[in-house]
Design a protein around this ligand. Structure first.
Ligand SMILES: Cc1cc2nc3c(=O)[nH]c(=O)nc-3n(C[C@H](O)[C@H](O)[C@H](O)COP(=O)(O)OP(=O)(O)OC[C@H]3O[C@@H](n4cnc5c(N)ncnc54)[C@H](O)[C@@H]3O)c2cc1C
Ligand SMILES: NC(=O)c1ccc[n+]([C@@H]2O[C@H](COP(=O)([O-])OP(=O)(O)OC[C@H]3O[C@@H](n4cnc5c(N)ncnc54)[C@H](O)[C@@H]3O)[C@@H](O)[C@H]2O)c1
Length: 472
């Protein structure tokens, strides 16, 4: 057994763990990073990067079908699915050096490629090493949740960990789960030429603002994705032709050639022996607002800590714990300014509270401003007028923004900054955005908030008349 003493031991080299390790090492702490699987974690290897790369290939295919309005003869593209998946693999390979063992060793981090498990409140075993650290950061992420659906264990099924290994296009992809993973992969496969059926137990995109979610679902359906809602998958069986059949709770049957299971995530806590470390969990690791676990020397960040499961949230958590661990400064993780996006086409983005949540919190004291993409010149020029931005305002400040439409994820950043910095709608209205950009939608929404106050106000009109009489 090799014993190692260190300042910080990070468990998991995904989005959260890598950010902690890089930051802490570059600021002078001794850092040990323990990773049992692939460097880069879910986002690089099985999540964000491959899914966005496949969606990009699918977008190209779709553009070829939709050229007519621009005077380009539409064609049904010949799709080489294996080549599209090679694009996915190349994208991962191009980004991988940034997350590699070599790069982190170059930053001064000791990288141990083993699975870690706690021996005591201050010690972790990783293969032949026992690591004693002043502070631990658990950043072990999450894995696909496999529901106990009868028959599922008897059929071949895909998850996000195996989907990107396919080289032969599914003839008919059946997806259980109408959340972000299910719908991004449904649209990608439909556009690449597969038949696709999504079976959703409740409402597809059920966590999103319903008005914005409907815009995305409507588009997917028009592209030919079958989305069956309010039908929990109750059984699965092999068909005679070697495919799969999913039987819904209402008795409906959905047959296809391949099955993707995308019904949510489970935190990676098995095998960590958290009890030995005094770290409490209830499916996810329990943390306080400073991301400390019930053992104050141990933090948990990213997917394993529950809450919104996104790469940028794991990165944000890293900055919170670095401040606390390295500088012993009070540090709290905020929630109200966090953005996320779903990269279907059109995209769907959310920052802060959706309208229903804002109403539950602030009652009728909120105002909701809506601007359609059809009011944006750039969107018109590009034929991308389907879309909506909704800004929820409380006492002159934006508290939530929902966007469905082209580049919604890009547009969300402005509002993430506005909400984080507690800016007022007047700040956004005063911003000068380059013309013609879709970003102008944000400014337009702020303008729409002030329009009735300025144009329908007798006080303003009287003031203007008075000034006009007085000035020479
Ligand atoms: C298909 C898909 C698409 C996604 N798309 C997006 C997107 O577009 N944008 C976005 O923001 N988010 C997206 N996400 C979510 C994003 O991938 C996660 O939120 C993010 O990866 C979480 O980072 P993390 O550091 O918490 O965990 P991970 O990145 O999962 O890293 C955890 C690491 O810990 C390692 N590990 C686990 N247990 C141990 C142990 N005992 N010892 C040592 N190592 C261990 C694992 O091997 C893994 O490498 C997507 C997820 C999926 C599945
Ligand atoms: N663009 C992004 O940022 C992005 C993309 C993909 C995933 N992610 C992250 O990964 C997380 C997990 O995504 P996900 O889509 O797997 O999970 P999810 O929990 O968001 O959605 C799963 C869906 O499956 C449904 N479901 C559950 N059991 C079912 C059953 N038996 N039959 C039919 N439907 C059933 C649920 O009602 C739910 O709508 C997301 O919440 C997100 O944090 C992010």
């Amino acid at each position: 057994m090799a014993r190692i003493n260190t300042d910080v031991c990070v468990i998991g080299a995904g989005a959260g763990g890598l950010s902690v390790a890089a930051g802490a090492a570059q600021m002078g702490a001794r850092v040990v990073l323990v990773e049992g699987g692939r460097m880069g974690g879910d986002c690089l290897n099985y999540g964000c990067v491959p899914s966005k790369a496949l969606l990009a290939a699918a977008k190209h295919a779709q553009a070829m079908r939709e050229g007519a309005r621009f005077g380009i003869t539409p064609v049904e593209p010949e799709v080489d699915y294996a080549a599209a998946m090679e694009h996915v693999a190349r994208t991962i390979a191009a980004i991988a050096p940034h997350d590699s063992q070599e790069r982190f060793e170059g930053l001064g981090v000791k990288v141990i490629r083993e699975w870690g498990r706690f021996l005591s409140p201050r010690e972790l075993q990783a293969g032949p090493h026992v690591i004693r650290a002043r502070r631990f950061v658990i950043a072990t992420g999450s894995s696909p949740l496999i529901p106990p659906i009868p028959g599922l264990d008897g059929v071949p099924y895909l998850t996000n960990e195996t989907l990107f290994d396919l080289r032969e296009r599914p003839r008919h992809l059946i997806v259980i789960g109408g959340g972000p993973i299910g719908l991004e992969m449904a649209q990608a496969h439909r556009r690449l030429g597969a038949a696709v059926t999504v079976i959703e137990g409740m409402k597809a995109l059920g966590r999103e603002d319903p008005e914005c979610g409907a815009i995305v679902l409507d588009r997917l359906r028009r592209e030919g994705v079958e989305i069956a809602e309010h039908i929990p998958a109750e059984a699965v069986r092999l068909t005679e032709d070697g495919g799969v059949e999913v039987i819904g709770a209402d008795g409906r049957r959905f047959a296809g050639s391949h099955l993707l299971v995308a019904v949510g995530r489970k935190a990676n806590i098995e095998g960590l022996d958290l009890e030995r470390a005094g770290v409490a969990h209830d499916g996810v690791i329990r943390v306080d607002r400073g991301l400390r676990t019930t053992n104050r020397r141990i933090y948990a960040i990213g997917d394993v800590a529950g809450g919104p499961m996104f790469t940028h949230v794991a990165g944000y958590h890293a900055s919170v714990v670095i401040r606390s661990m390295l500088f012993a400064l009070p540090s709290r993780a905020r929630q109200e300014h966090l953005p996320w996006a779903i990269y279907t086409d059109p995209e769907l983005a959310q920052v802060g509270l959706a309208e229903a949540q804002a109403r539950a919190r602030h009652g009728d004291r909120i105002e909701v401003v809506r601007v359609s993409y059809a009011q944006n010149d750039r969107a018109m020029a590009e034929g991308r007028t389907e879309g909506l931005i909704k800004v929820v305002v409380h006492r002159g400040r934006p508290v939530g923004v929902s966007i469905a439409g082209a580049q919604a994820g890009e547009l969300a950043s402005l509002w993430a900054l506005a909400i984080a910095a507690r800016l007022r709608m007047s700040h956004v209205a005063g911003m000068v955005a380059p013309y013609p950009t879709t970003m102008e939608l944000g400014k337009r929404a702020a303008g729409a908030y002030f329009s009735p106050r300025l144009f329908d106000s007798s006080v303003v009109r009287r003031a203007v008349r008075l000034v006009q009489r007085l000035i020479p």
